[in-house]
Structure formats: C-alpha cells, structure tokens
Unconditional design. Structure first.
Length: 594
C-alpha cells in the first residue's frame, strides 16, 4: 500500500511511475532531436559552417522540438490505442472511477458569449440542456448564459432568445442570463464574475464557448468522475470538430481529429496529473478555481488573453490535479469555416500565448505546468524558424551551396522531417483503418483514402499560409498594433479573390521568392522542392476554393473529409435545427439578470 506522499494529490497514480514515464519520453525526444541536428550538421559540413549554414542549424534547433515531441507522442498514443481495454487504465486511470448512483453535487453549465450570433449560440446551449434533461440526474444541472456583448442590437437579441427559451422550459428557474456592461478581464473575467456571484452554489462548472457542444451522458460521466476524486480540479475532454458544410472546416478538422487522437493519448500517458486546459468543454471544480485561479496582472496592467493554461497551472500549484480524458466522446466544437478566419484566429492565439513569457516566472508552479507554458510559446516560435530555414536554404542554393550538398541526402533529410511532422496524423489514420467499422462510418475505404489524400495536400497549404502569417506577426508585432479578441465567424461563407489576395499576397510572394532563389542555383532542386514553395503560392487560390459554397456542397455530397457523426448523428447534434421565432420578453423580465 503506497503512502499519500508517494501518490499524486488525488491519490490516482504513483509519482515515481509518472517520473519514470516522463524521463523515458525525455530520453526519446533528446535522442531524436540530437539525431536530426547531427544529421543536418553532417549534410552542411562540406564547405565549413559559414553564417548561412550555422543559421540553418539554429533554425532547425528552434523548430524541431515541436516535431520531435509530436512524433514521440504519436508513437506512444498509437501503441496505447492498439491495446484493447488497456488505454484508459494506462493513460487515464482516473476515468475508471465513478459511482452508478444519483449525483451528490450540483453543477452549472456556462456559455460565455460576446457579440455572437445569439440565435446560434442559444440553440447550442439549448441542445446541451435537452441532452442533459434526458439523463436521470438532469435536476443537478443549471444553465447560465454569461454575456459580455456591448452591441445594443445583439444584447437585445440575446434577451429575446433567452425569453423564448424560458417560455419553452419546464423548469425556467434552472436557466439564467447575465450581461456585463464591460468586458473586464475578457472571458476569464466573465467566468470570474460567475464564480463570485453564483459559484458557492455549485461544486462543478462546465464552461462552453459559443461554438461548443457536449452531450448529457458525457457531462454526467465527468461529474461522476469528479465526485469520486475530491482533489481532481479539472478534467479536459478531447474536443472534436462538429460536422460542417464548409470545405475548409471539413478538411482541417478531418486531419486535426486524426492527429489529436494518437497525440493526446500519448501526451496524457506521461503528463498524468498535470494536463493542459483549453478553456472550454471541460469539468472544473468551482471552489478551488475561484480561490486559486485569480489571474496575475501583466506589466502595464494588461489582461491575460489565453487564460486557460495559466488557470490549469494555478490549480495544480494549489494541490489539485488537472487531467485529460483522451476519448472521443460527445464533446464538439465548430472550427473556422475559411482559411482567412483560421489565420485570424491563430493571430489572436499567438498574441495570447506570447504573454506566457512573462508568466514563466510565477512562483511555485509545477515543472510540468512550466513546460506547458513553454511549449505554448514554442509553438509560435516554430513558425518564424521554419520560414527562416527555408529562406536560408534557398539563399545557400542560389549562391552555389547545392554543389557541396548531396541532393539525395538532402531529399532524405527533408522527407524524414516531413514524415515526423505528419506522424501524429498518420498514426490517427492508421488507427482508424485498423478499428472495425471506423472507416465505414467515414464513407468507406475509397472516400476515406481520398479524404486522406485531400487533407494531406491541403495541410501543406494551410501550414504554409498560417505559419508565414505567424512569422510575420512575430517579427513585426510592435508595428501591427492591437489584435482584436472579439466574435469569430462560425458558419460557412465565401471568400472573395480580392480578400484572399489582400491577406495572402505575402505568402504568394514568399513562395515565388523561394522558387526563384532555388532555381537560380539548381533547377533540379527547385523542381524537387516545388511542393513546399507551391504551398505558399497557392494560399490565395486555396482560400477562395475551400470557402466556396459550391465546393462545400460537393464535399458534403461526396462525403469527403466526413466525420463519423455524419453517418450516425448523436442526439445533441440532431437537436441543432433553425431556431423558432423568439417570444416577447416582457412577461419574463424577472428572469433576466444583469
């Protein structure tokens, strides 16, 4: 029998076992990382290490950690996914707990919104509520719409949607609406206000974004697990993309879902009691969150934008475990419908993640929490490093550097590096292919193979377009001004050629520059690297085509990049029908909270 000191705070796992796992992953990553750097040094050592060659090695040193850990996590995750009945016991043993009796606690389901399409947002929370109402423990849940909208027309629409919901509800006392007149602290401030006003009445909260969905069975399961482990402060679910009419969203989430499956299982296996938080679609224990997760101010009084990772770190510092449930089970979100919207979202996330540099010095954080913060920063340092590496390589070739480098050897290095980058997705695709019935749920073998091919090619363009935009913003951040953190486009819509060229002309020019420099030194290399350079140049065309309603209809009809939920939609997704006409709010004003 192990003593408490030998176990994680909730008593779920052995600390020594988690240390061994983390040390093993560290060794594997260091070995692969060193191998890549030594291989590149060997390739470039022909004429000595002049400035461009040294710069290329430095760029790889900055960019490779994300690739290396992704590959290691994918390998671990695939091994665990192919161990029938063992994945949860090994990676997430906390999930095996939970009583079958009535829930003993009360929980609040929160949707935070700001200047969103009110009908769309309310329809999603109503779908979640309807799914929970089908559960035996439905009475243990209340629902809160927490608005920070400052547009008077949108605020009025929210009140009408709320009034309509109340007019249809069997228990209107469980449904609440509150609008703040100021967006103090952004989303984190919105949730902090909930905790201060109503948090004492609830053991758990389930925060949702305006595009989130969770089914009732999943939420009840999370609460049962939380009740079983009193020192479990947070359970983050694996969120997958909901079915979409947008070709871009379908392509992106098809690959993202495959990549996240193996990657997340592998990461969960060694992260253990110190998992990350994505800010939504999670179970959070209210009391320790309210007590310990007040966000520290940044220099100059700026508010923290990407609050979720810091909140997880503060919960863990307070002695509560934060855990990831690495299962695809009733937790959904909508992804950006166009490449334009995706790039803009990445710009907001980059700004938020780079604030973590200042927060790395917070006292008392667990080593794994600091790692998660550092990793979130590194994700955005990777983009300028890769762009700089490509430019340096092209400059070297244009000045005769190709003469001292074996083209087959260089091709082998680049191929292996690309393979390691794609390994999380490849592991997910292989797991799907080996799981009985999984391919059939995604349209059958031919459609699945076609979808993998389409996504693999499109991912080169998405990665190039997004990475270059991030690189430019990282370099020119002081000149670009403030990035707005407001409402996002959620539904499919077209993108004009003019809009695509405005945003992606730099990518087009960069791709042309890379090809021209490489061709000046070696046409053979220029043709061989064409897929990489073309990925930048094709960004405007891809942005327009993937946003086209006609292309979207083609993808839906042909079931390209389909999700499993399209063949058998769960109840919570079927409930999303066009909202009925809103009822007047006058008679229901007592329920409206400010």
């Amino acid at each position: 029998m192990q003593g408490k000191a030998e176990l994680t705070p909730a008593g779920i796992q052995s600390r020594a076992e988690l240390r061994r796992r983390r040390f093993g992953v560290l060794l594997a990553c260091l070995g692969l990382y060193a191998s890549l750097l030594l291989w590149l040094c060997f390739l470039l050592a022909g004429n000595g290490f002049e400035a461009a060659r040294v710069g290329l090695v430095i760029c790889l040193a900055v960019a490779a950690p994300w690739t290396v850990l992704g590959a290691v996590n994918a390998g671990l995750g695939f091994w665990l996914l192919r161990a029938p009945g063992e994945m949860l016991r090994r990676a997430a043993p906390f999930a095996l707990a939970g009583s079958a009796g009535r829930l003993r606690t009360r929980s609040a389901v929160l949707m935070t919104i700001r200047n969103e399409d009110s009908a769309r947002a309310f329809a999603r929370l109503r779908a979640v509520a309807a799914s929970l109402d089908a559960q035996p423990d439905a009475a243990a849940f209340d629902f809160f719409i927490l608005s920070d909208s400052d547009d008077p027309a949108i605020a009025a629409a929210e009140r009408l949607e709320f009034a309509h919901w109340l007019s249809c509800a069997r228990e209107p006392g469980r449904i609440h609406y509150r609008r703040r007149t100021e967006n103090a602290g952004f989303k984190a401030g919105n949730i902090a206000d909930f905790c201060a006003r109503w948090g004492a009445g609830y053991e758990f909260m389930i925060p949702l974004d305006a595009d989130s969905l969770m089914d009732g069975a999943t939420i009840v399961k999370l609460v049962r697990i939380g009740e079983a482990w009193p020192r479990l402060g947070l359970i983050q679910t694996l969120v997958v993309g909901a079915p979409s009419r947008s070709a871009f969203a379908r392509i992106f989430q098809f690959g993202m879902r495959a990549g996240m499956r193996a990657y997340t299982v592998g990461a969960t296996w060694w992260a253990g009691d110190c998992a990350p938080f994505w800010g939504h679609n999670a179970l959070v224990r209210v009391a320790p969150f309210a007590r310990h997760c007040q966000l520290p101010p940044l220099k100059g009084g700026a508010a923290i934008l990407s609050h979720d990772q810091i909140e997880a770190a503060l919960l863990r510092r307070a002695g509560y475990e934060t855990r990831m449930l690495p299962l695809e089970s009733g937790s959904y979100e909508d992804n950006p419908p166009t490449l334009v919207d995706f790039v803009r979202r990445e710009a907001r996330w980059r700004r938020g993640n780079m604030q973590y540099v200042e927060l790395l010095r917070l006292p008392g954080l667990a080593p794994m929490s600091r790692f998660h913060l550092l990793w979130a920063i590194g994700m955005y340092l990777r983009a300028p490093a890769l762009a700089a590496a490509l430019l340096l390589a092209a400059l070297m070739v244009s000045h005769g550097g190709a003469d001292s480098v074996s083209v087959p050897a260089a091709a082998g290095f680049v191929s292996i590096f690309l393979f390691l980058n794609l390994l999380p997705k490849l592991a997910g695709y292989l797991d799907t292919a080996l799981t009985p019935g999984a391919v059939a749920r995604q349209g059958g073998r031919l459609r699945f193979a076609a979808s993998v091919g389409v996504e693999s090619l499109a991912s080169l363009v998405i990665g190039a377009a997004t990475g270059f935009d991030v690189a430019v913003r990282m370099i020119a951040a002081p000149l670009l001004g403030r990035v707005e953190w407001g409402a996002q486009a959620r539904d499919a819509h077209g993108v004009t050629v003019a809009a695509a060229l405005r945003l992606f002309a730099p990518q087009l020019a960069f791709g042309g520059l890379l090809f021209g420099l490489t061709a000046a030194g070696s046409w053979r290399l220029a043709l061989w690297t064409l897929p990489l350079t073309a990925a930048y140049a094709l960004a405007p065309l891809f942005a327009v085509a993937s946003a086209s309603p006609r292309v979207g209809r083609l993808f839906v009809t042909a079931r390209l990049c389909a999700s499993a939920e399209e063949s058998a939609p769960p109840t919570v997704l079927r409930a999303l029908s066009p909202p009925e006409e809103a009822a007047p709010a006058g008679a229901l004003a007592p329920y409206l909270r400010r």
